[in-house]
Design a protein around this ligand. Structure first.
Ligand code: PEP
Ligand code: MG
Length: 574
């Protein structure tokens, strides 16, 4: 039995056999195939070729629109490579002659040509190999996507072990038999971790080399509460964890009577307790929880795992469904925050190799460059507003220029819809997320332009403390109790309340029962919590006294380190 400690990313216990996912980014493994599977392998490769042609068609349209005809010729060069005998003949030949998988045959063929290019004197021609690799990468990604799809073909309950999982990978896991997952990389508030919580899949991340230590078929206990993975446990350990699973089920049931009860403190201060929606499957749960609204509708799921963006109709349908289900309670729809670790296949982000993707083209920065996508989303949100109470929320705002840009687009969208005779007469409030320290510090000058504020502590902490939220090596520095974070939160809440503006918090800090006393003491108007933790947080709020928590915050604001703040909380039994 081996115990490996990592970072608890999503609570719960999973017990099952391991399924180790190959790491597509780093190695392409040589897999020898039996003769009878070779034809199917060539077919799989041809399907990837077709999908790559479709990618190029989609990319051409975009390049034509943004950069013009001249640049669109680049796509023709890629098409020629894709039709070259190297791809169409050499790769299938290698599959059939060497009895290997398509990924391996492709990478071998590419490497052979690379060596030819290396020998060329002419720099122009030598550099053409980048085009070749670009096409090769696209092909590989289609091949690997097919093998990822095979996760849904696994027929036994298993614990997934991988080097890394992207949010786009995680989105599909609820349709599989995967009971939980463990990865080498990752941090507690990565979007992958947040999605795992939404889908109620226990997860442990930041385990450094678990993908090399576990073999498919090993027995695994994954403890998402403690952040621990046990490889090949003995029968006593398994029995202990089965008892723990039962206990936590009972604890969850004990919270049931809190549905429909207000989130009110013992001394009578009311808080709105809303829910975050990350995937459409959660809507039913949120309605059943009788949450006070959806405080954060993360719309990214609509944009991931596809090469063509969602149409206006598709978006209207998704938003209306939520709005109708929640009516008359509000639904805060955040425009897509793509970029960072949420990489889409729409081909709109900066270079995939952005050195600091979290500091790069993300959220409103990206959408203000792709105003067609932005406007379509704003129009969809406005259209959904005819069915109930809708607010628009803008992610990653750092300057007043961005707010003005958004307001212009919103006004255009409104005018267009009116001209088309569509009903968007109700006022749709506009809010910004406070996730970047510059926005927190400049908030006073932003407030006249907006109706409300939602604090995204996940990013606010990362940018205030300069700690990458998905990097397991700095997890110990990612600290919601850091006095700098508490001071910024206090500044934001006071600035909003001075101008009678609504302020909510929607980051993971709201789902942490240890941090909630501080948020209550800060006097935010609303907490938007992951559905999984909703009742638990309600229980926490209902056991607190606001006046006492307010004093606690006053003390925390004088603290010089987070240890002092944690001690102050512990002294009050919190
Ligand atoms: C946040 O940053 O706190 C937030 C809610 O946004 P996301 O986690 O989607 O980046
Ligand atoms: Mg954020």
């Amino acid at each position: 039995m081996i115990v490996i400690k990592g970072i608890n990313a999503s609570p719960g216990i999973a017990i099952g056999k391991a399924y180790v996912m190959e790491d597509e980014e780093i190695v392409v493994n040589r897999i020898e195939l039996p003769k009878e599977l070779l034809r199917a392998e060539v077919k799989r490769f041809k399907a990837a070729q077709k999908a790559t042609h479709r990618d190029l068609d989609a990319a051409e349209g975009k390049v034509l629109k943004v950069l013009g005809k001249q640049h669109a010729k680049l796509i023709d060069a890629h098409r020629l490579i894709l039709r070259d005998a190297l791809i169409t003949q050499d790769v299938p030949k290698r599959i059939l002659n060497e009895c290997v998988n398509a990924e391996f045959a492709l990478s071998e063929a590419l490497e052979a040509v690379n060596q030819q290019f290396e020998k060329m004197e002419d720099e122009f021609f030598r550099e053409r190999r980048h085009d070749l690799f670009d096409v090769g990468k696209r092909l590989l990604s289609h091949l690997l996507k097919q093998s990822k799809k095979s996760l849904s073909d696994i027929e036994y309950n298993c614990v997934l072990i991988a080097r890394n999982l992207l949010p786009s990978d995680t989105l599909g896991l609820h349709e599989t038999k995967i009971l939980g997952f463990a990865t080498d990389l990752g941090g507690k508030t990565s979007h992958t971790a947040i999605l795992a919580q939404s889908l109620e899949i226990p997860a442990v991340v930041g385990l450094s080399d678990i993908s090399r230590r576990v073999k498919t078929g090993d027995h695994i206990i994954l403890d998402g509460d403690q952040g621990m993975v046990i490889i090949n446990p003995g029968p006593e350990t398994i029995a202990k964890y089965q008892r723990a699973q039962q206990k936590s089920l009972q604890e969850e049931r004990a919270l049931e009577p809190l549905r429909g009860q207000p989130a009110v403190t013992l001394d009578g201060k009311n808080f709105k307790l809303e829910a975050n929606l990350d995937s459409p499957e959660e809507l039913k749960t949120i309605v059943a929880l009788q949450a006070d609204g959806i405080g954060l509708f993360r719309t990214e799921y609509l944009f991931l795992n596809r090469t063509v963006p969602p149409t206006e109709e598709e978006q209207v349908k998704a938003y209306q469904q939520a709005v109708k289900a929640l009516e008359p309670k509000p639904v805060v729809i955040r425009t897509a925050d793509i970029g960072g670790d949420r990489l889409s296949q729409l081909g709109i982000e900066g270079p995939k190799s952005e050195t600091n993707p979290f500091m790069g083209l993300r959220g409103v920065r990206l959408f203000l460059r792709h105003t067609d996508l932005f406007k379509t989303q704003l129009r969809s949100i406005l259209r959904a507003s005819s069915k109930g109470k809708v607010k628009v929320l803008i992610p990653m705002v750092s300057s007043i220029g961005e707010i003005n840009g958004v307001r212009r687009l919103l006004a255009q969208a409104q005018a267009e819809l009116q001209a088309e005779g569509l009903d968007t007469t109700g006022k749709v409030e506009l809010g910004i997320m406070i996730e970047i320290p510059s926005a927190a510090l400049m908030l006073e000058s932003f407030l006249p332009l907006i109706d409300f504020v939602s604090i995204g502590t996940n990013d606010l902490i990362q940018y205030t403390l300069a700690v990458d939220r998905i990097n397991e090596h700095v997890t110990h520095l990612y600290d919601p109790f850091h006095p700098a974070v508490i001071r910024l939160l206090d500044h934001v809440v006071k600035t909003c309340h001075k101008k009678d503006k609504w302020v909510s918090v929607c980051g993971e800090m709201c789902s942490d029962p240890h941090a909630v006393p501080l948020l209550v003491g800060l006097g935010v108007d609303s907490l938007s919590v992951s559905p999984r933790m909703h009742l638990r947080i309600k229980q926490t709020v209902r056991a607190l006294r606001y006046a006492q928590m307010n004093k606690l915050v006053a003390q925390a604001l004088t603290a010089s380190d987070s240890e002092q703040i944690r001690r102050q909380l512990a002294d009050q039994g919190l």
